[in-house]
Design a binder for this molecule. Structure first.
Ligand code: 13P
Ligand code: SF4
Length: 332
């Protein structure tokens, strides 16, 4: 490990508030990371919710679908996955022979936590005609129990591809599932999980910001509740948000998703003004799991090749097919 260290936040700061790292330290860390990348023949994949400094050193920044597609085709020897645990698991399932490392192995997800494999299996056993569509925000064990995986970017297409005579079981996000049913007209049994960040926006909090910026469209992630989605001009995955914001004539846009998205949007659309939609409480639009990763931890995991993502071969074997099926349907 090198001697470039993080600026530590004083204990008096509220949770989630970080002291900005001096610019020279960020630059030194970024240089170290780029040197390690060359040495390891590594690729750095980062989700749109990562902090700006991590996004800026990544080879690819995108949504869960884009990240899975990149992982499926990378020629690199080492994948540095800057996102949450289930995303790194997906990369490992697609690349069992490669080294997959992640800055913080404890970066989980409330959706993943809501759906243990044993409980899903018990529900599946109640109906042999279930066809299980699992949102990618779930464990490798749940993926191994599923027929096909989807992301918010392709969920509508995936559900439309399921044979009409099958009973659809959608896990683990009830809000995304309800939105997909609205889009496709296909009824589904929904697992009762949610994203603890996206359910923080409320009808009242969106109405208030709309009144403040009457000309600004509202863009919301489908993990938001129906009460929020019904006020949105566009409901889409984080990657589709970039395309929408580039193409709309609006100069000011209200964004209802995790705060990391604003860095990406501002970079892609420098002449537009992005307004983070307020929640009813303070600073609730940061995912504590996504924010466990720091530039220092990215450097350290590359220097140590640790923590490393490992999965039992039997899980890799069973989870791979539903992910490949998703990639096939997505490419059609
Ligand atoms: P996207 O696939 O739209 O990037 O969303 C991932 C996620 O975790 C949303 O909370
Ligand atoms: Fe999971 Fe929500 Fe965090 Fe996305 S934002 S990783 S769905 S807890």
């Amino acid at each position: 490990m090198s001697d470039v260290t993080a600026a530590t936040a004083p204990a008096t700061l509220p949770p989630g508030v970080r002291t900005p790292r001096p610019r020279e330290l960020t630059d030194a860390l970024s240089r170290e990371i780029l040197d390690l990348k060359k040495k390891l023949n590594a690729v750095i994949l980062a989700h749109n919710y990562q902090t700006g400094d991590i996004q800026d050193v990544a080879d690819y920044v995108g949504d869960s679908l884009g990240l899975a597609q990149q992982a499926a085709k990378t020629p690199a020897d080492v994948i540095v996955f800057c996102g949450v645990h289930f995303m790194a698991e997906t990369a490992k399932i697609l690349n069992p022979g490669k080294i997959v490392i992640l800055p913080d192995k404890d970066a989980g997800c409330s959706l993943e936590e809501s759906c243990p494999g044993s409980k899903l299996k018990a529900l599946q056993d109640t109906n042999p005609n279930f066809y299980t569509v699992a949102y990618i925000n779930c464990s490798a064990e749940v993926k191994a129990l599923s027929d096909v995986i989807c992301t918010s970017g392709n969920a509508v297409k995936i559900v439309q591809s399921v044979p009409a005579d099958r009973d659809l079981l959608f896990v683990p996000d009830e809000n995304l599932g309800a939105w997909v049913t609205e889009q496709t007209g296909r009824p589904m049994t929904l697992w009762k999980g949610n994203c603890y960040v996206h359910v923080e926006w409320t009808h009242a909090s969106i109405l208030r910001i709309r009144q403040q910026y009457p000309g600004a469209p509202v863009v919301a992630h489908p993990e938001c509740t129906k009460a929020v989605r019904m006020l949105a001009d566009e409901v889409c995955s984080t990657e589709k948000m970039v395309a929408y914001c580039k193409s709309t004539a609006a100069k000011e846009i209200i964004i209802a998703t995790e705060a990391g998205m604003l860095h990406r949007l501002q970079k892609e659309c420098p002449n537009k003004i992005f307004i983070p939609a307020p929640t009813d409480s303070c600073r609730c639009n940061e995912c504590r799991f996504m924010k466990m990763n720091t530039l220092e931890k990215v450097r350290d995991c590359m220097a140590d090749l640790h923590p490393r993502l490992e999965l039992p071969p039997s899980i890799i074997e069973r989870a791979r097919r539903p992910i490949e099926r998703m990639l096939e349907v997505s490419a059609r």
